[in-house]
Design a protein around this ligand. Structure first.
Ligand code: HSE
Length: 424
């Protein structure tokens, strides 16, 4: 008896779309054996049919210019959205779900913004909506959090989840590249978003932290709940000082639980060279998880690129094929749900790096120490770079940090150059 076929339509044949038919062909035997189905691409939606003709001929699918050719086709089982952007993708996905098609997407911007709406619609329509590729490309982190770690109490997720900025920081630290040179290199290699502002200003990473927080804690947060700082303002002086103190700068997305509330942020931070995340370089991504039962675990791999990201998309197709076979439909990707609760400044704790200009030389050191003492922040190390000084602290609450920054602002003789969190 011939195998049942899962017919797929792909929206967009860009970097990731290009990789999907290649993997379906390359891994055909394994996929058929695993799913007991054939998965075939039947149609692809493209703006310019002429441009993608050769690819369509090679993999035997039809190119269509109108979404109606897909959503109104009763033969199509799954729609894979790879066009990116928010509004158009949202309309297409809703049309597909309303037509009772399963949907796979790699669109973090869309899922971080409208994930709940689309998940609810998928559930109502009794279809699957999966998006493993939306976070950290080729790293299978979402299924790991929702399935493999489902018996564990997660309380910290630290991520290097933007390949562009990680590539840039690595080039700047290891090769002495300038910011502009490093950005051009990331763009040439195809990691950067169409608008690289989203990468360098931390927004791309923040979208991914919204999704990771949902999967780790069941809490639906929005971009407005996240403090976001990109790498634009990072000064080479701080990078050099960090290096001399055995730290590297990384753009860290962190989502941590303090009591029952969570604190989510994206910012450059000092990561100790002994920390697992310190060795995640160039475009590689990693998600470092702390949980009650397993302890520490880290998931490492390529966060972007055609085949790694397409492999996550195809894994979603395989999961859908298996669900179709077993008639398990309409179950959300992540079933863990809790009411959103954000941690307060008194609960949030960090170790800090402060860098000051001391206008009146050594005389002011004692005053600086007493300002730290007054804010009840313990100094771990104070390094004199006359006329500047760097202070590393032990963990203290965000409330105390704010109190200290206020006092330093109103004290003549000091100018704050920078302040960053430290991960040891
Ligand atoms: N611009 C993103 C990055 C692509 O650099 O990580 C993958 O989401």
């Amino acid at each position: 008896m011939s195998k049942r076929t899962l017919k797929v339509a792909v929206l967009g044949l860009g970097t990731v779309g290009f990789g999907v038919p290649a993997i379906l062909q390359e891994q055909k035997d394994k996929i058929e054996q695993t799913t007991e189905m054939k998965i075939v691409i039947a149609k692809a939606l493209v703006r310019d049919v002429e441009v993608k003709k050769a690819l369509a001929q090679k993999y035997h699918f039809q190119l269509v210019p109108d979404i109606k050719d897909i959503v109104q086709d009763p033969e199509i089982d799954v729609v894979v959205e790879l066009i990116g952007g928010i509004e158009q993708a949202r309309v297409f996905i809703k049309e597909a779900l309303n037509a009772c098609k399963h949907v796979v997407s790699a669109n973090k911007d869309l899922i971080a913004t409208y994930g709940e709406e689309l998940t609810t619609l998928a559930k109502k329509q009794n279809v699957n909506f999966y998006y493993e590729a939306a976070v950290a490309g080729g790293i299978p982190i979402l299924r790991t959090l929702s399935s493999s770690l489902s018996a564990d109490g997660i309380y910290e997720v630290l991520g290097i989840v933007n390949g562009t900025t990680n590539h840039m920081l690595t080039q700047m630290m290891q090769k002495g590249a300038t910011y502009d040179e490093a950005l051009t290199s990331a763009q040439k290699l195809g990691f950067a978003e169409a608008n690289p502002t989203n990468d360098v200003d931390g927004i791309d990473a923040a979208y991914k932290m919204v999704i990771l927080s949902d999967f780790a804690y069941g809490m639906k947060i929005s971009l407005d709940d996240i403090k976001i700082q990109g790498i634009r303002m990072l000064q080479s002086q701080d990078v050099k000082i960090a290096d001399s103190l055995d730290y590297v700068f990384k753009l860290i997305g962190y989502s941590r639980k303090f009591d029952e509330g969570i604190d989510v942020a994206v910012a450059p931070a000092l990561v100790h060279k002994n920390h697992q995340l310190a060795n995640v370089n160039n475009e590689m991504n990693a998600v470092f998880v702390k949980s009650a039962e397993i302890g520490e675990s880290m998931y490492y791999g390529p966060g972007a690129g055609s085949l790694p990201t397409a492999a996550s998309v195809v894994a979603d197709l395989i999961a859908i094929a298996q669900n179709v076979q077993h008639e398990v439909l309409g179950i959300p990707f992540n079933t863990y749900k809790k009411a959103k609760k954000l941690a307060t400044d008194s609960q949030i704790r960090n170790q800090y790096y402060f860098h000051f200009e001391v206008l009146d030389g050594k005389k002011q050191f004692e005053q600086l120490k007493s300002l730290f003492a007054k804010a009840q922040i313990k100094i771990k190390q104070m390094i004199d770079y006359d006329p500047q000084v760097v202070v590393l602290t032990y963990a203290a609450s965000a409330k105390r940090k704010k109190q200290f920054l206020k006092s330093i602002e109103s004290t003549p003789g000091f100018e704050l150059i920078s302040v960053y969190n430290i991960f040891d």
